[in-house]
Design a protein around this ligand. Sequence first.
Ligand code: CUA
Length: 350
Amino acid sequence: MSTDMRTPRGLGARRWPKFAVVAAISALVLGGCVRNAPQDALKPRGSVSRQLNNLFVPVFWIAVVVFCLVAGLVLFCIVRFRARSDDEAPKQIHGHTRLEITWTIIPALLLAVIAVPTVLTVFDINRIPTNAMQVAVTGHRWWWQYDYQDTADPSKVLFSTANELHIPAGQKVVISLTSVDVIHNFWPPALAGKVYAIPGRHNRLVIEADHPGTYYGQCAEYCGLSHANMRLRVIADTPQDFQTWMQSQEQGPVQPSSADATAGLQLFTGGTGCSGCHTITGISSGLTGPNLTHFKSRSVFAGSIFDNTDPNLRAWLRNPPAEKPGSVMPNLNLSEDQITKLVAYLDTLR
Ligand code: CUA
């Protein structure tokens, strides 16, 4: 007895690739419907992002009307002028001057109209306010450095921090953006548009948050192995909280008191090599990695990918490249005892 080889058995092997493509596209499109997406440029939370959104929305709807019109006309023509028999030649309209002028002038007029608010917005968001607070932002593979500058004398750096950018809510802050290695791109979508961080250049952008809160962002230019791990947070504080934060950041580190923390400080400055790459005010002056003077005042570390907890810190110190691929910080082959002491010391840096 022979069996029928054509019995349907679910999704045939040949339909598989089609199904996978449809599923992938559906997932991508439906991803846009997620509620509470923290990096949504369409939900502006500051003056600059609102200006960009006010430009985007009308241009988007004009594009929707143009798309429907063009697609509708194409569909209409396909149906209305389809070949009804093989020997019937279609009517030729090549060289229809009036039609060609019409479809040249309408887009040109549309673009001219859109250009007015576009150019005004471009100039407006690039207007640098005087007397605003200034922060020099530097992209590294793969983390962000923030140097807070003296408003009166921007060449003077008050203190340096990393990954979490604190700003006062309701105030414009001027950011001067550069990079020490490759091209990065600074992008907190709810507050501002993307701006490139380019070695040797200083691009400026203005950011402002309407209300206190935490705003997520990330590097938006492919910059190597851990590009996806190069995230950032902008924390908008009330003006009062911001002043308190500034004052604490300008202080030096506290002297560790426990035995473990004191031993950790000795390890930090001693044989481990930590001090060659990290600055702690008054203790070391390395510039390769983030300034750690107030490391524990930050809620995240390593390009904002890990919560700043002891277990995460232990895992990080055990083998940084395993936690963040390509990490410049190497595996120092620290013993568990050394890690305990270093974590105890880092915990004092508040
Ligand atoms: Cu830095 Cu992508």
